[in-house]
Design a protein. Structure first.
Length: 287
């Protein structure tokens, strides 16, 4: 057990801009000036940010490769009463970086963890994607080895919720190929360079994204937003699908991004009915 001061310090998880520096909050700037030290994923990158906002707080590195030794050191300083801010290179610390590990070390020692909200690439992409944002699954970066990546995607294939993931430009084409093979052709959006000068949303399906980036070299960091499994999503609309009318089952899929033709085919297969029966039910509904 770490010896705590009469009043331990506070661990601040501070969001930083993902591109546009104007997205830095006034509260984050103030806290970064007031804490004893800033734990940064890449001190060189963060120093440029601090210089822009005239912040002179000392920096210390804290990243995936030194967290085992640096984490306890930071906890000891917090226990001694120092306030510490942790930042990632961009966005919210604790999302696809070791900030979450530091929180897990801090909480059992009675050290408060306080969020300083701000930018997040996944949520920024989701809200502008046009896909269902009611329920979603964030998966971060996919595993790097082909075997683990395939197993990971196969486990997601029947997930009914919108999928959010990050990808580097040099792996984007390969990832889209694997997504198409394992998940099928679903509505999808590729968001690149969010909040930056060349921000772009490429919308369509996984297949049309494949075509687009076969013709255009991927540049910048990407967030992929992919519709959930249509069949699984339809099953989520009721405990017993047989109690849902044919037309309502079709319209539920359409609302989640599936085109009407495919929605009719999916429901027909689920109910073991001819497609013409489901099609007629949709016509009769007048929608």
């Amino acid at each position: 057990m770490i010896h705590l001061a009469e009043k331990p310090g506070t661990l601040y998880l501070c969001a930083t801009p993902i591109g546009n520096l104007e997205d830095m909050t006034l509260r984050a700037i103030r806290i970064l000036k007031e804490v004893s030290v800033i734990a940064a994923e890449d001190t060189r990158y963060t120093r440029r940010l601090l210089t822009h906002f005239d912040i002179h707080t000392p920096l210390i590195s804290y990243h995936e490769h030194n967290k085992a030794s640096r984490g306890p050191e930071l906890i000891a300083r917090l226990a001694a009463g120092e306030d510490i801010a942790v930042v990632s290179d961009a966005g919210l610390p604790g999302i696809s970086d070791p900030g979450a590990d530091l929180v897990r070390l801090a909480l059992p020692e009675g050290i408060a963890a306080v969020p300083l909200p701000g930018c997040n690439a996944a949520l920024s992409a989701l809200i502008c994607s046009g896909l269902d944002s009611t329920m979603f699954t964030f998966v971060g970066f996919l595993p790097k080895t082909k075997k683990k990546r395939r197993e990971f995607l196969e486990n997601l294939a029947k997930n009914p919720y919108t999928l959010l993931m990050y990808e580097a430009p040099h792996r984007l084409r390969q990832t889209l190929n694997e997504l198409h093979e394992i998940l099928g052709d679903r509505p999808a959006v590729a968001a690149r360079e969010l909040t930056k000068r060349f921000e772009q949303f490429v919308r369509g399906t996984i297949g049309t994204l494949q075509d687009h980036f076969a013709a255009h070299l991927p540049r910048g960091e990407f967030t992929l937003v992919i519709a959930g499994c249509p069949a699984a999503a339809a099953a989520e609309t009721a405990m017993d699908m047989d109690e849902v009318s044919l037309q309502d089952a079709v319209f539920a899929l359409v609302a989640q991004g599936t085109d009407k033709k495919n929605a009719i085919r999916i429901i027909a297969e689920q109910r073991s009915l001819p497609k013409r029966v489901v099609y007629q039910a949709v016509l009769d509904a007048g929608k």
